[in-house]
Design a protein around this ligand. Structure first.
Ligand code: IMP
Length: 438
């Protein structure tokens, strides 16, 4: 038995969906612990693309228990749409496989309105959010005025909390953001209806996860977004509003840190980012455009084109440290095939000062120029390779160099979107070393 946390080590979109989907096969319980429907996990099953925003991708495996923990913020409309879409594909026949924490906070219609209106403020600082109301929902949680899933199940409590919130929200919407206010009756009636439909899934999930751990089950904690989007450790303020690092798996699901066995980090073989903010190794040129096309780098949630750049070892080293990552997965190595030369960012030059660690100051980071190491590329197509030893020499050199720079073992290499396009060097749910395929 093992409790394994999976987190992204860049700015999200590292290809976590596919890896989590593979690891879910060996897990009994899969837990989402932070973020909301700003995330989008794309999984390809039998050549069909499935995009999940809230429900753990483990749901695509029959008989697995999937939990949305207290650290997640839930838009109940989108949650129900996702449940319906899974049901229409016959992926959720047994409702008891899905459990939602009583303590998860609700994304309300005014959160979305505030998120979008703030981004449109002419004199505001644009973050490039997904517009899903995530930031305003977490603000209310920390401000102690948020509405939880359990509140939705009690009409009186919900009525009181909604009424209290609307006074403030409507004032802010109308007088500051110059938007239309929202109607109490409309939200109340809609949300009470949604609550009735969601009720059967709501539970004390902390109790259930702890019971599962006690009973020797394999638990997979599925992170969303990436470490550099973490509200404490990321490129603040160009971050999301939750903690995306491994420690949040405990807080966002109600378990103690002594219950965790392994932390696995996912890194794309190059770097991407959506939204605003500094990106030292960005390729603002034809090569960046070509990586975007070859890697199909368009947001799973918003469809926005992702900014692309070289692998940044300095940044991933920071992510490894803040999450205590013990094994790394490299995804999308196949996308780099056909390049003459490949670069790895190994540090930064900020106005003549050298940085070998990720700087804390955004101003410094914005002024940083990447320092690169250059390696020879490879021309071979990697999609059908299933053994490490069969990778082209230069692809192996690239992987070995990353491993050395990061001083962290690479345990899985992903070479395409399909489940089978993967090389497993070490399986996190077992202790044995293997070189096999999915
Ligand atoms: P928010 O989470 O919608 O508030 O957006 C804040 C920042 O996080 C923006 O730059 C978004 O593009 C980014 N972001 C949020 N979720 C994801 C994700 O799942 N993948 C990549 N970027 C994300």
């Amino acid at each position: 038995m093992a409790s394994v946390i999976v987190v992204g080590t860049q700015w999200g979109d590292e290809g976590k969906g596919k890896i989590v989907d593979f690891l879910a096969e060996q897990a009994d319980t899969i837990v989402r612990f932070q973020g909301g429907n700003n995330a989008g996990h794309t999984v390809v099953v039998k050549d069909k693309k499935v995009i999940l925003h809230l429900i753990p991708s483990g749901i695509l495996h029959p008989n697995k228990k999937c939990i949305i923990g207290n650290g997640v913020v839930i838009d109940p409309r989108d949650l129900l749409n996702e449940i319906e879409s899974l049901k229409s594909r016959d992926c959720l026949k047994n409702n008891s496989r899905l459990l939602i924490s009583e303590g998860a906070h609700l994304v309300m219609p005014y959160h979305k309105k505030i998120d979008i209106a703030r981004e449109n403020l002419k004199d505001g600082k644009k973050i490039g959010t997904t517009g899903r109301g995530i930031g305003p929902t977490y603000e209310d949680k920390v401000g102690r005025i948020g509405i939880k899933m359990i509140d939705l199940l009690d009409k009186e409590v919900f009525k009181e909390k909604l009424g209290y919130n609307l006074k403030e929200k409507n004032f802010y919407l109308v007088h500051y953001l110059k938007e239309k206010g929202v109607e109490f009756e409309e939200i109340y009636n809609e949300y009470i209806e949604l609550g009735i439909k969601i009720k059967e899934y709501v539970a004390n999930t902390s109790l259930i996860i702890n019971e599962d751990i006690k009973n020797g089950k394999n638990i997979l904690f599925e992170g969303a977004q990436g470490s550099l989007l973490d509200v404490d450790h990321g490129t603040y303020p160009f971050v999301t509003s939750s903690n995306t690092v491994a420690a949040e798996a405990c807080i966002g699901s109600g378990i103690g840190p002594t219950k965790i066995d392994k932390v696995i980090g996912i890194s794309k073989a190059y770097t991407t980012r959506v939204g605003e903010g500094p990106f030292p190794a960005e390729l603002n040129n034809e090569l960046g455009n070509s990586l975007r096309e070859r890697g199909e780098e368009y947001g799973a949630t918003t469809g926005r084109p992702r900014r692309c750049g070289w692998f940044d070892a300095t940044m991933v080293k920071h992510a490894i440290r803040i999450s205590g990552i013990s094994g790394l997965v490299i995804t999308k190595l196949d996308v780099l095939s056909g390049l003459d030369k490949i670069k790895i960012c190994t540090g930064y030059d900020c106005k003549g000062e050298m940085y070998s660690e990720f700087p804390s100051s955004l101003k410094t980071l914005e002024a940083c120029r990447p320092i690169y190491e250059e390696m020879d590329g490879w021309s071979e197509d990697l999609n059908e390779i299933r053994e490490y030893g069969k990778l082209p020499d230069n692809a192996r050199r690239y992987i070995d160099r990353i491993e050395k720079l990061l001083d962290t073992e690479i345990t899985i290499i992903s070479l395409g979107t399909r489940r089978d396009q993967t090389i497993i060097l070490k399986n996190p749910f077992t202790t044995d070393n293997r070189t096999d395929t999915m």
